[in-house]
Design a protein around this ligand. Structure first.
Ligand SMILES: NC(=O)c1ccc[n+]([C@@H]2O[C@H](COP(=O)([O-])OP(=O)(O)OC[C@H]3O[C@@H](n4cnc5c(N)ncnc54)[C@H](O)[C@@H]3O)[C@@H](O)[C@H]2O)c1
Length: 544
């Protein structure tokens, strides 16, 4: 039988482990652990080395004691799926499996893996038997069955419940089990605790599992590491011992002297804090959607309006939403609360009105951006069908390579539905998983919400910006990547070979640039930027 492989973003195929590899691999790790124990190091298993787990694992592996010696040996444990296995060999080469703008990530992982040797990655669940502490950083997905209707979705608990089972069957009774995954409130106490307790009883362990919850507030981007290590944490445990252990652990690995811990009474409070934090952010972003539309239609530049409002310190966190609110957290976390209310906590009535509405608005905002592209092209007498449209930015936010739930995906799907030919450029994204695998995981793909999506399977992310601009009809500024903030209108029009439509989805263009595009014969539109018409009129009048 042909061996399955897992392909890394740079195209290297790693064969998945075979049955016989497991025993050998466990022995390899066991030996490393014995060495670490001799040095008095605590053994920490991080389950799931994705965007969060990989960096968290490196931070824990970076921990030192009062004498400055490494005090933790970390095993990043990753299931060997075709989608994710490559992260193990890549990490073991000292290379970060996540691409980030933060200059601290790469050297930290290299140092820990290759020099200090306090970080190793593996695929065998049995390493959990060796752990003094386990950190759960696996994903928890929220499936949406309709575009723009979060209520009609559900939490996919299977993977997480499997993780609890895998952990319960292997860990030592006094192992700290720290859940960092963003979960539906109630999960730690009402799902994980009874499941692991039951397995403990089967294993004749009389003590209670030491389960704790502390959520990640990680912000991928320039301050990736600092957003985990030098940041305030909230935590709780299912009992006093679990609470004591999680507080001790976090005090050792996180900079809690400068960023004090908040310890809450119960895990459901820590879980709720996370979901409220992200629902709050999703809500203030969604709130600006209607004002952005108002601005667009009434000659108002929302970017200047927001700047003016932000001068008032009480309103400094008001932000412009762009073409959609993506990332792994904001589109789903409110849904975890809505779902938990019914399916974990048993309430039939509808507690939530604002949270689901905000998510629905955010999930469909890119559809309006697509209309602007269509209208800008129409104003230049270019029909959207068969127009060449180049999107700048595939990821969900500036200066990161994460494409999960990015507004650009919906924008591309809608433009493709209308017949446009799409090119996409992103300095941080090499392969766009959501398109490449749209047929392999149809239930998870947004392709089902649109027609005419087949060819997007072959969508390639372009790397040469000048080359990408050749012969385009429209340019969409979709993400505020550093590289896109000061593009030169002359150069762009020269590369395209003729005047084009420019659509600014993120308040990137200043008035001078907008004016220059008009002078060059281009058409410009922008989300929330109603003043553009005024600039257009001025240029026209100046021409006479
Ligand atoms: N990405 C962010 O910006 C961010 C921010 C704050 C919180 N979080 C939360 O952190 C958690 C992890 O998110 P992420 O972005 O790192 O996800 P991710 O998908 O990048 O990583 C999860 C990893 O876990 C692995 N995995 C899944 N099941 C496993 C199992 N049973 N055993 C071992 N490995 C397993 C997956 O293969 C994957 O590599 C989520 O709950 C998320 O909501 C993420």
């Amino acid at each position: 039988m042909e061996r399955l492989t897992s392909i890394s973003p740079d195209g290297i195929a790693y064969p998945l482990p075979r049955e016989e590899d497991y025993v050998k691999e466990f022995k390899r790790i066991e030996k490393l652990v014995a060495g670490a124990k001799k040095k008095g190091q605590e053994i920490v298993v991080v389950m799931g080395v994705g965007f969060v787990g990989a960096v968290m694992a490196a931070i824990v592996a970076d921990t030192t004691n009062a004498k400055g010696e490494a005090s933790k040996f970390v095993i990043g444990m990753q299931r060997p799926s075709t989608r994710s296995y490559w992260k193990i060999p890549v990490l073991n080469q000292g290379v970060s499996p996540v691409k980030a703008e933060d200059p601290e990530v790469d050297p930290m992982i290299r140092r820990r893996v290759l020099e200090k040797k306090t970080l190793v990655a593996t695929f065998v669940y049995d390493v959990l038997r060796l752990a003094d502490a386990v950190i759960v950083d696996v994903q928890l997905d929220y499936a949406k069955n309709e575009l723009g209707n979060v209520r009609n979705g559900q939490v996919d608990m299977v993977a997480l419940e499997e993780s609890f089972d895998v952990i319960g069957r292997r860990v030592k009774p006094d192992c700290l089990i720290l859940i960092e995954t963003t979960v539906a409130p109630g999960t730690t106490e009402q799902v994980a605790l009874p499941a692991i307790r039951k397995i403990f009883r089967q294993r004749s362990i009389a003590t209670e599992p030491l389960l704790a919850h502390s959520y990640e507030r990680v912000m991928p981007g320039r301050d990736y590491v600092a957003s985990i290590r030098d940041f305030w944490r909230v935590c709780s445990g299912v009992n006093e011992e679990a609470k004591k252990r999680v507080v001790k652990f976090l005090n050792e690995v996180i900079n809690t002297r400068k960023f004090p811990l908040t310890v809450l009474d119960r895990p459901i409070e820590s879980e709720t804090a996370k979901v409220v934090e992200n629902s709050y952010r999703a809500t203030i972003l969604a709130f600006l959607d209607e004002w952005s539309l108002f601005a667009e239609r009434n000659g108002v530049d929302i970017v200047k309006v927001i700047k003016a409002i932000k001068m008032r310190p009480t309103h400094s966190n008001i932000i412009f939403p762009g073409p959609g609110i993506g990332g792994y957290c904001l589109p789903k976390d409110g849904g975890l609360g809505v779902w938990a209310n019914r399916h974990i906590l048993g309430f039939e009535d509808d507690t939530f009105r604002i949270t689901p509405l905000a998510i629905d608005i955010n999930d469909t905002r890119a559809l309006h951006a697509a209309q602007l592209v269509r209208d800008a092209l129409r104003n230049m007498n270019v029909p959207i069908a068969s127009a060449e449209v180049l999107l700048l930015g595939a990821s969900y936010r500036e200066d990161v390579g994460d494409t999960r739930y990015s507004g650009s995906e919906i924008l591309i799907r809608r433009l493709t539905e209308m017949g446009a030919e799409i090119g996409v450029h992103d300095p941080y994204v090499d392969r766009w998983w959501e398109f490449e695998n749209q047929e392999d995981y149809p239930s998870q793909s947004k392709a089902v919400f649109f027609r005419n999506q087949k060819k997007l399977k072959d969508l390639k992310v372009l790397k040469d910006l000048d080359e990408a601009m050749k012969n385009i009809d429209a340019l969409v500024l979709a993400v505020r990547h550093e590289q896109y903030l000061h593009l030169d209108p002359e150069k762009i029009v020269k590369s395209a070979g003729h005047p084009i439509a420019v659509i600014d989805c993120f308040g990137i263009l200043d008035d001078l640039a907008i004016k220059r595009y008009f002078e060059l014969g281009c058409e410009v539109k922008g989300l929330g930027r109603g003043h553009i018409q005024r600039i257009k009129d001025q240029v026209r009048r100046a021409r006479g």
